[in-house]
Design a protein around this ligand. Structure first.
Ligand code: AR6
Length: 166
C-alpha cells in the first residue's frame, strides 16, 4: 500500500475513486476536480446511471483523465458517529474494491472519502481506509492501492493508521 500526497486527477492508474454524492452529477472537492479534469462527457455518462446510494459504488470511463476508469462512491455524512458512519465508510472501500476485482483493475487510488465536505474526522476515517485496503491486498496478488492525501495533515493520519496496523 502506498500513501501519496497530491491531486488524484493526475494519476494514470487503472482507476481513481471519486468521493461523490448520491446524484453522481458532480459537486465540490475531489468530485469537482475529477469532473473538471474528465470533461463534460463524464457528467453525461453519470446522468444515465440513476444515482448511487451511500456505501455503494458505480464505474465509469475516465474520459479525459489519465486514469482509465473512475469508481464513484458515496461516503457517509458525519453525524456524530452513531448513525452507522464507520460501517458505511468501510462499505465504500469494499464496493470500489469489488468493482476493481470484477473489471480486473489493478492500480487503484482512493481519496480520503468523507473527510472533506462530509465532515468525517480524518483520524477516525484513516484506520478504516487502511484496514479495508490491507484486507483487499491480502486477497489479490496484482492489486496496488494508493491512499491519496490532499494535504500533509491527511498524510499523517494515513501514516499513523498504517503504522498502528503493522
Ligand atoms: N485530489 C485528492 N484529494 C482531494 C482533491 C484532489 N484533487 N480535492 C480534495 N481532496 P471532499 P467528501 C480531498 O469534500 O467529504 C462533493 O461536493 C479533500 O481534502 O471532496 O466525501 C461531493 O459531490 C478531503 O480530504 O469529499 C459530495 O457532495 C477528501 O478529498 C461531497 O463533496 C474528501 O473531501 C463529498 O464530501
Amino acid at each position: 500500500m502506498h500513501i501519496w500526497q497530491g491531486d488524484i486527477t493526475t494519476l494514470a492508474f487503472d482507476a481513481i475513486v471519486n468521493a461523490a454524492n448520491s446524484s453522481l452529477l458532480g459537486g465540490g472537492g475531489v468530485d469537482g476536480a475529477i469532473h473538471r479534469a474528465a470533461g463534460p462527457q463524464l457528467r453525461q455518462y453519470c446522468a444515465n446511471l440513476g444515482g448511487c446510494p451511500t456505501g455503494e459504488a458505480r464505474i465509469t470511463p475516465g474520459f479525459r483523465l489519465p486514469a482509465r476508469h473512475v469508481l464513484h462512491t458515496v461516503g457517509p455524512v458525519w453525524r456524530g458517529g452513531s448513525h452507522g458512519e464507520p460501517g458505511l465508510l468501510a462499505a465504500c472501500f469494499r464496493a470500489c474494491l469489488a468493482l476493481a476485482n470484477q473489471h480486473q483493475l489493478n492500480t487503484i487510488a482512493f481519496p480520503a472519502i468523507s473527510c472533506g465536505i462530509y465532515g468525517y474526522p480524518p483520524e477516525l476515517a484513516a484506520p478504516i481506509a487502511v484496514e479495508e485496503s490491507l484486507t483487499a491486498l491480502a486477497c489479490r496478488d496484482k492489486l496496488q492501492i494508493t491512499l491519496v492525501a490532499f494535504d500533509t495533515e491527511m498524510v499523517e493520519h494515513f501514516a499513523t493508521a498504517l503504522s498502528g496496523r503493522r
